[in-house]
Design a binder for this molecule. Sequence first.
Ligand SMILES: *Cc1c(COP(=O)(O)O)cnc(C)c1O
Length: 390
Amino acid sequence: MFNRSDYISDSQWNRFLEFSKDLETPNLVINLNQIKFNFLKLKDAFPYAHIYYAIKSNPGEPVLKMLAELGSNFDVASRYELDKIMSLGVTGERLSYGNTIKKAKDIKYFYENGVRMFATDSKDDLRAIAENAPGSRIYVRILVESSDTADWPLSRKFGCHPDMAYDLLVMARDLGLTPYGVSFHVGSQQRDIGSWNDAIAKVTYLYNSLEEEEGIKLTMINMGGGFPAHYIQPTNELDVYASEITRYLHEDFGDELPMIVLEPGRSLVGDCGILTSEVILVSRKNNTALQRWVYQDSGKFNGLIETMDEAMKYPVISSKDAPGEKEGEVILAGPTCDSADIMYEDYKYKLPVSLKAGDKLYWLSTGAYTSTYASVEFNGFPPIKTYFMK
Ligand SMILES: *Cc1c(COP(=O)(O)O)cnc(C)c1O
């Protein structure tokens, strides 16, 4: 159903097979070199931007370490991520606390560890920051409406209306904080580049009105993540995103851009992982059923949570794939005793008719939101194990 070489070159594939041949399944193999390549490509595409890697997308230590060495900054969502990134020698001035939902004592903890850049989207959170992180730089996250073209929307829960953002930035100044900028996230795996244009227009309105009416001059725009990885639905390439978004910025801000921050997650690590699972059972629900059920040892609770509502459609190939091999439609399900543990049922994947227990399935482009986005031991199954290939 999928052409493996559309996603990964022969040489990379052979290297992966060699590296993973003796690993227990399910497992996730992360290609560090490819992450490095993607990081450098992103820097190249947005030479003016400051990159804050969104740790949550793949918090593997070798990944963080390598990105730290390459000069990346980091967007941190919790005190646990903070401990982890600081244990690798990254100091507070390279970090932002980007979660708008935080306990007062955690704000204090970040402040004590040297973090001075905080996101917010509400009055109570802002007051907590003023109290526990005095003088810090504040950026306010605004709501943007582009969820129908993002495969994993991040709207509703985060951000506030631009009018409220205005009030919060004024309030930040009045509380002795530094009104620093505005942030947004157009939704993860955002396929409509125009979403950035709409969001930047809202930021521009805030920049201008705050300066005219309050004399507040903002410094920074944080454009979040949303850049794509390669799943089965086509997207534009990164350089198209970059040239369009850069054009939007110059249209609104002229030659002198504010400080621009990007918080990539998926686009850096998504394509750099392959999840290998083993087929446990192939069955039919009645003798004449057209579709087979394929149960395999990875699922929603150990690595494939982003198949929720079939949102992310990973390219899946099998160890039985071969030219001319006959294929048929399958329903793909995980190993646990929860009927929610079905990855694809509406969207029909096709796998070889000869597929049987013990065969392997390779889930391509599974480097993002898989390794730690898993349950601890539902039904006794452990979280998926990650291996890092140079
Ligand atoms: C998750 C997240 C990101 C990363 O988004 P991607 O679409 O994976 O690039 C960036 N910023 C914030 C605030 C996030 O929560």
